[in-house]
Every structure is written in C-alpha cells, then in structure tokens.
Design a protein around this ligand. Structure first.
Ligand SMILES: [Zn+2]
Ligand SMILES: [Zn+2]
Ligand SMILES: [Zn+2]
Length: 146
C-alpha cells in the first residue's frame, strides 16, 4: 500500500522538487486534520506544534498537495476557501451552513448516478465534480426564528 508520504514524495520528485522538512510538516498536519480547514486554521495548528512555517509557505505548498491528489479545495465557506485531505477517503459532497459555518458531508448514490447520466448524454467523460449546497442548518434556522 502506497502511503500519502510516498505519493507526495514521488510527485515532488517527478516535478524536480525537494521533499523539504517544511513540506513534510505541512503534509503531516494536513493528514492529521479530519475536518475541513482553511489556511488560517492550518497555520494555527502548525503554531501549536511549535512550527514557524509561514502562511506564504502554506500558500505555496497547497497547489502541490492538490496537484498530487493528497488534498482538495472543498468549497468556499463564509468567505474562506476550505480544504480537506482526500487521500484514503471516498468521494463525498457537502452541505454548508452560511451562518455557523458547519459543513456536513454526504454521499447520495442517486445524485452520483444522475450526474454520470448527464455526462453520458453529452458524450462527456467526467473526472471530478464538486457539489455544495449552501443554506442554514437546523440550529441556525431555529435561532433565526426566535
Ligand atoms: Zn458527488
Ligand atoms: Zn448553522
Ligand atoms: Zn468533506
């Protein structure tokens, strides 16, 4: 079984880039987060781990992690781009609360099937899709009603 680290290292090698300690630390931290996070949250986590990696380094490393298939951009949530690691995870879609920022993951086979059917109709070969539904969660709806 290939690990995320192997995958990232191979990708960097292919690109002629080095697997630097900073890149290794960012990879490790991204894999340790099992939620959807933004750059600031990752930065805070790195600070907690006593790392002095800058936001600029994080911004430069993210495209590499995305391109290598370790991580992806999930969606925009309250004006912040959210990411999550996808290595070892099955495809899923998202429901996002505009008020509290909660993100719910779901996978619906019927929706997946319908998207494939649409592609087929247009002779299109799908590679990926991002489905996000924005709105208000139950708690926020009840607070709004008060
Ligand atoms: Zn989907
Ligand atoms: Zn909410
Ligand atoms: Zn997710």
């Amino acid at each position: 079984m290939i690990t995320a680290e192997d995958k990232f290292r191979n990708y960097l090698k292919m690109k002629g880039l080095k697997f630097t300690p900073e890149r290794k630390m960012i990879l490790k931290t991204v894999l340790s987060l099992h939620t959807h996070f933004d750059v600031d949250q990752l930065y805070e986590r790195l600070r907690k781990e006593n790392s002095d990696i800058s936001r600029a380094t994080i911004y430069r490393t993210f495209p590499l992690l995305i391109d290598s298939g370790i991580m992806k951009e999930t969606l925009l949530c309250r004006d912040k781009t959210k990411y999550e690691h996808i290595f070892g995870h099955k495809h899923h879609d998202h429901i996002i609360c505009l008020k509290c920022g909660r993100v719910i993951e779901f996978r619906d086979e019927e929706i997946e099937r319908l998207q494939k059917a649409v592609c087929k109709k247009y002779g299109f070969k799908p590679v990926e899709h991002k489905l996000g539904i924005r709105g208000y969660c139950r708690e926020c709806q009840s607070k709004m009603g008060e």
